[in-house]
Unconditional design. Structure first.
Ligand code: ATP
Ligand code: MG
Length: 428
């Protein structure tokens, strides 16, 4: 036998019944997007490497150490498995001039790739839902995307998710803050770790994002960007807050919330839970008015977020909010192989009428004994067995045997009239 192969470390197979829960969540997401007017986009999983280097910023965790980058051996192109969704969507929007007639509201669902240390809530292939509202400058859209996430939590039944927000202001405001930050960290150089020392002059704001516990006190006392925000930035932030207040959504202003990518400005936010240990951020995003121009488009504002599907499912699991697997409504028992054509005609009609039916698959030796078939029918979780016995078939009928209710009696229904009785099975 050939040696068995394994999936790449940090990349998981999503198998039944778990995959059913993924579909359930994705259905909820799609329904949400429809109601807010967000349309689906599907962009490639592989993009030119410069897209991310330029878009995310060279001095970011992702670009410095997390990207799956490779050279296409056929033509020497530098390619990268997408580590996040925004850059690719923006590339597509620019490439296809999607903003020529105004704004666009888009969403995606799909895999992302980051070379991180695999642990709970942190994988090398993980999945995100993302929304991007492009071409709209106002705080109304910032509030809209934040509230979309809140609606999703509510519809999933999640109550223990907090909102943190901050404003990163505009580039010139960040520059003033940066100067203050660099002098502060320079004055405390002996307390900086290696990462921070390296970033001190390339990207000091990133130091605020440090997860090193030894640096927390230093970071907490650092100069705040908030103190450098101008009037327009403050007005934008206040307008977002006014909407959150109006709908009764509590939030905490977290001055240390700077997000992992360089492209953000003005509003940034995260949805956080305490129930997932260190990987508590289930959704994060913000405004990125500079990115479209950076990627070669005509300048246009934008705002969006990315949500980690694995983390949301983990949280739902802990809160016991995931639905049980849905068994088939009916299981078709086939006493005799010769009956198969009639059986299939019947169950095809039932499926067309919306009933889920699992056909007993017997293999080359025939369907097998009734006893073994009923055992399978039971194990399938189906509510009914459809029994196609010789007597029933001869009189144009199928027997319906309730499997979950011992007191219920077996009955028969007419073949050829499935549409008339399918609803009985569905609503039993
Ligand atoms: P973290 O600080 O946890 O590394 P991040 O700031 O890098 O998160 P984003 O790039 O904002 O994360 O991605 C949006 C969301 O995607 C995160 O809030 C999280 O829920 C999820 N996510 C990010 N990286 C991973 C990963 N490696 N595995 C699973 N989910 C992830
Ligand atoms: Mg990260």
């Amino acid at each position: 036998m050939a040696e068995p192969l394994q999936a790449v470390k940090g990349m998981n197979d999503i198998l039944p019944p778990e995959s059913g829960r993924w579909e359930w969540l994705e259905d909820k997401v799609r329904s949400l997007m429809r109601r807010y007017g967000y349309q689906n986009v599907r962009v490639p999983i592989v993009e030119p490497t410069p897209l991310f280097v330029r878009g995310l910023g060279e001095v970011t965790d992702i670009v410095e150490k997390e990207m799956y980058s490779f050279i296409d051996s056929m033509n020497g192109d530098a390619l990268t498995l997408r580590p996040e969704g925004t850059a690719g969507v923006v590339r597509a929007v620019v490439e296809h001039s999607l903003l020529y007639d105004g704004g666009k509201r888009l969403y995606y669902i799909g895999p992302m790739f980051r070379h991180e240390k695999p642990q709970r809530g942190r994988y090398r292939q993980f999945h995100q839902v993302g929304v991007e509202a492009l071409g709209h400058a106002g705080p109304d859209v910032d509030a809209e995307v934040i509230l979309m996430a809140r609606t999703l939590w509510r519809e999933l039944g999640l109550t223990d998710v907090r909102l943190e927000i901050n404003s990163l202001g505009q580039p010139d405001e960040r520059k003033a803050h940066r100067t203050a930050l660099v002098s502060y960290f320079e004055a405390h150089a002996e307390q900086l770790d290696a990462d921070a020392r390296r970033r001190l002059h390339s990207n000091p704001l990133r130091i605020l994002d440090s997860k090193n516990p030894a640096m927390q006190a230093l970071v907490d006392a650092a100069p705040r960007l908030f103190e450098h925000l101008g009037e327009a930035s403050l007005r934008h932030f206040d307008a977002v807050r006014a909407v959150l207040d109006a709908v009764g959504q509590p939030y905490r202003i977290n001055p240390r919330l700077v997000r992992g990518m360089d492209y953000y400005n003005l509003t940034v936010f995260e949805w956080v839970t305490d129930r997932l240990g260190a990987q508590g951020t289930i959704c994060g995003g913000g405004r990125y008015d500079g990115l479209i121009e950076l990627i070669g488009g005509k300048p246009a504002p934008a705002v969006g977020w990315g949500m980690g599907i694995e983390r949301v499912l983990d949280l739902l699991q802990q809160e016991q909010l995931l639905p049980a697997a849905t068994p088939p409504v009916a299981y078709a028992v086939v006493p005799d192989a010769g009956a198969l054509p009639q059986v299939v005609v019947c169950i095809e009609a039932l499926r067309a009428a919306g009933v889920s039916v699992l056909l007993h698959a017997g293999g080359n030796a025939g369907p097998g004994s009734m006893k073994s078939q009923f055992k399978r029918a039971d194990a399938s979780g189906a509510r009914f067995a459809l029994v196609f016995g010789a007597d029933e078939l001869a009189s144009g009928q199928v027997a319906i045997k309730p499997l979950r209710d011992a007191a219920a009696a077996q009955s028969t229904r007419a073949l050829g009239a499935e549409a008339a009785w399918a609803a009985e099975l569905l609503h039993a």
